[in-house]
Write a new protein. Structure first.
Length: 127
């Protein structure tokens, strides 16, 4: 038996549909919370797609993140005071970003990234 879509009757394995995750603008990209319908407590999985080449505004992570390059080329610009350090990633590469890092997400037009973050409820954690 295959799981063809999110099925609320199942409790262990779920396949949330990307079509049910609206994409929000994020600088030159769009980002969709792909796993939102799965109601996970700790992990969130997102798809980021770059509509144009460029970088986002600075973002300070309140969570841990892994970033996998599905297609295209991406770069993460880490900001530390006046210093910047750029990590470039190609198809099949994985980057890991620690909680508290301030970064700018960059990519070539058409780049697709799979991001996983924990905790997914970073914006309400401890509230």
């Amino acid at each position: 038996m295959s799981v063809s879509a999110f099925d609320a009757r199942r409790t262990g394995v779920r396949r949330p549909l990307l079509a049910h995750a609206p994409a929000e603008p994020f600088g030159p990209a769009r980002i969709a919370h792909w796993s939102s319908a799965a109601n996970l407590d700790l992990l969130g999985t997102y798809l980021m797609v770059f509509d144009s080449t460029g970088v986002s505004d600075p973002w300070t992570l309140a969570y841990e993140e892994s970033l996998y390059v599905i297609s295209g080329e991406a770069w993460i610009v880490e900001l530390a005071g006046e210093d910047e350090c750029t990590s470039t990633a190609s198809v099949g590469d994985l980057l890991v970003i620690t909680r508290g890092a301030t970064v700018r997400y960059g990519g070539m037009e058409g780049t697709q990234l799979l991001l996983s973050i924990a905790p997914v409820n970073w914006d309400t954690e401890g509230a």
